[in-house]
Design a protein around this ligand. Sequence first.
Ligand code: HEM
Length: 173
Amino acid sequence: MIALFRLDRRFMFLDISSMYGCDASLLLDETPTIVSEKTALPNLGSVRGFGIIEDAKREVEKTCPGVVSCADILAVAARDASTLVGGPSWTVKLGRRDSTTASHTLAEIDLPGPFDSLSRLISGFANKGLTTRDMVSLSGAHSIGQAQCFLFRDRIYSNGTDIDVGFASTRRR
Ligand code: HEM
């Protein structure tokens, strides 16, 4: 469920600035003409939950074939995931169209990295028309979900000054 948030973020980030729109391009698998965004480095072994969207799409197709896009299903599912864990809810406008192509290159370039500096993160969000305030509030999505250990292991064992001591100790357990 949480992964849906994540999927949605990937869309949001890749799509806000590009010409592609919020178009579910991340869901596309590799074909002879498509280099999938799933295998872009920031997504590889990380982004998940694709099966949930595929199951929902299958069900929707049974009663309303060829009408509801995967991009709309994803946007609604992300909202519902937030509501289910006690987070905020919002009205989702519908009508997104699914992409027939992907941009592996943009996925590699545009997604913010876990080791990016604050200024790089701020400018990355600004490039998408998002303010620092937007970045901070959207980053609240990390209150739930999972991260792979290799991404934060160094920091919690470094006894550095850039992390709260108590927080680091809790993470080490
Ligand atoms: C500030 C820029 C951001 C950076 C550098 C960043 C980085 C990361 C990293 C490194 C992970 C762990 C990935 C893994 O271990 O496989 C993660 C997970 C996650 N991120 Fe972000 N993220 C950012 C912004 C956002 C935003 C804006 C959202 C949503 C609005 C979001 C939602 C999530 C969620 C829900 C997870 C957990 C996914 C899961 O449980 O599978 N992130 N993020």
